[in-house]
Ligand binder design. Structure first.
Ligand code: 4AD
Ligand code: MG
Length: 462
């Protein structure tokens, strides 16, 4: 018999056919004349109802079919007489693959809190909420590849182990095979990295951008899509220690083009979700966030506001609002400032550009004013910064001067600087935090709830 998933069976609603369904029991209820099993196989948020007649399948056989158990049912698809579902399965036989002892299985009732589920993250994909979130996560990953493929970008794989620090923030995880209990030292008493696996200090990448630029300066348009790692000790609902980032990098794009791409890209992803994840989005809208669908549609239908950092600061200062952190010209915006601009002042996504060079990374193109760079951050409602990007400094002299000025190691970055010596070109790019995008699309409020196995300080159990 053809294998069918519950989503397909419910969609086809081909009544009076023989079907086989396999999945995990969500609930079982009933009386001595009939039992109802709600079965879910992860293919959609809806369960299929299995109706069991005790004259066909004895009570004893049904006993181990409890919440969480995994079963296979063969039966007939019929029109349902109950409300809530169009079709149901009348069971002819039930096979039990795996039981789930009600005494110990943690996911008994509905409506567990997200905090509780975070503690049992290894089981939470079995809940309706995480099923919906993870299906949307998949759909967004697919839509990202589809978008870039359609627009002439090549998927470019950058290394996860690197010897460079792209963002210069210094919060990196070291990669080493040295024996930490017996670290080899040089004559000066420093760690002797010459004896380490790669012969030099290495770390997990914080961004694929620097290598991505090498790709763009050869293939024209590339994008990366992979995990990135940051060791900053930030326990916030918007930070992970391991998160996925999408980084397009384009030759011959200036800041304007970069902004255009970022806006079109985000809108197209959200439109994709509205079109292809309707059921899951409706579920999340109903269960967690009644403004979700409206917010998604609003972003798709309205232009983002483009604004200079300097104007942004003026608006914040004129707002009369008491912020927790000060916001004078030159300071890095906090989430509270970003959200004020987006949610209260402009009431739409904002692209903030031309930031002070002191608060941005070394590679950004310097403006003629000598104090700002051609940076762009895309700020979203509920999230704050969702994208960070810029036009890149393409001038060898200016770039190497900035590297020296910041006291960075010019010798470590020789290969990056070389791109500006040979066939340099204007180019731009940005990084979209995949989980920040998912926060927006799913309406979840904690970033730990949009990735199957979140990594954050003191948490790497499963
Ligand atoms: O602004 P960031 O640090 O920019 C870069 O890494 C650039 N190299 C990107 C580029 O131009 N190619 O990070 C980019 C985005 C942020 O806007 C945010 O969405 C996300 O990555 N992000 C995080 N997401 C989750 N947890 C963290 N700790 C994050 N740090 C940044
Ligand atoms: Mg940033």
């Amino acid at each position: 018999m053809k294998r069918q998933r519950i989503a397909e069976i419910l969609r086809s609603a081909a009544v009076d056919t023989e079907v086989t369904v396999q999945g995990w029991v969500r609930t079982k209820r009933g009386n001595k004349n009939v039992s109802f099993i709600a079965l879910n196989d992860g293919s959609c948020v809806a369960n299929i109802q299995v109706v069991v007649d005790p004259t066909k399948i004895p009570e004893e056989r049904l006993k181990p079919v409890t919440t969480g158990a995994c079963i296979r049912v063969e039966g007939r698809l019929v029109k349902s007489m109950g409300s809530g579902q169009g079709v149901e399965v009348q069971a002819d036989s039930i096979e039990i693959y795996g039981t789930a002892d009600p005494e110990s299985y943690p996911l008994q009732k509905k409506g567990h809190s997200l905090e509780f589920l975070r503690d049992i993250a290894y089981l939470r994909p079995r809940t309706n909420t995480f099923g919906a979130v993870l299906r949307i996560r998949h759909a967004m990953a697919y839509a990202i590849h589809e978008y870039f493929n359609r627009n002439g970008f090549y998927y470019f794989h950058t290394p996860l182990i690197t010897a460079s620090d792209c963002e210069g923030a210094g919060a990196m995880f070291t990669v080493t095979t040295l024996d930490l209990n017996n670290v080899p030292k040089t004559a000066e008493g420093k760690v002797d990295y010459a004896q380490d696996f790669f012969g030099k200090p290495c770390n997990l990448t914080v961004s694929g951008q620097l290598e991505g630029e090498l790709g763009a300066l050869a293939l024209g348009r590339i994008y990366t899509f992979g995990p990135t790692f940051r060791a900053e000790n930030s326990n916030t609902p918007r930070h992970l220690s391991e998160f996925w980032m999408i980084e397009p990098e384009m030759a011959f794009y200036e800041l304007e083009d970069d902004m255009e791409l970022a806006e079109d890209f985000l809108k197209s992803l959200i439109r994709y979700a509205l079109e292809h994840c309707a059921e899951d989005l409706e579920f999340l809208n109903k269960m967690w966030d009644p403004g979700l669908l409206e917010r998604l549609r609003f972003v798709v239908e309205n232009d983002f506001k483009r604004l200079d950092y300097t104007e942004g600061i003026e608006i914040l200062k004129a707002s009369g609002r008491k912020f927790e952190f000060p916001c004078d010209w030159g300071c890095d915006l906090q989430s509270e400032h970003e959200r004020y601009l987006v949610e209260e002042h402009f009431k739409r996504p904002v692209i903030l550009i031309n930031y002070p060079k002191e608060i941005k990374a070394f590679y950004m193109k310097q403006n003629d004013d000598g104090r700002t760079v051609r940076a762009m951050d895309v700020l979203f409602p509920k999230i704050g910064e969702i994208i960070g990007g810029s036009e890149r400094e393409a001038d060898y002299g200016k770039l190497s001067a900035r590297v020296r000025e910041l006291g960075m190691n010019e010798r470590e970055l020789w290969w990056y600087l070389d791109t500006r010596r040979w066939g340099s070109a204007p180019h731009s790019g940005f990084g979209l935090g995949f989980e920040r995008l998912l926060l927006f699309v799913t309406g979840m409020t904690n970033i730990r709830d949009v990735i199957p196995f979140p990594r954050y300080p003191k948490n790497a159990e499963f």
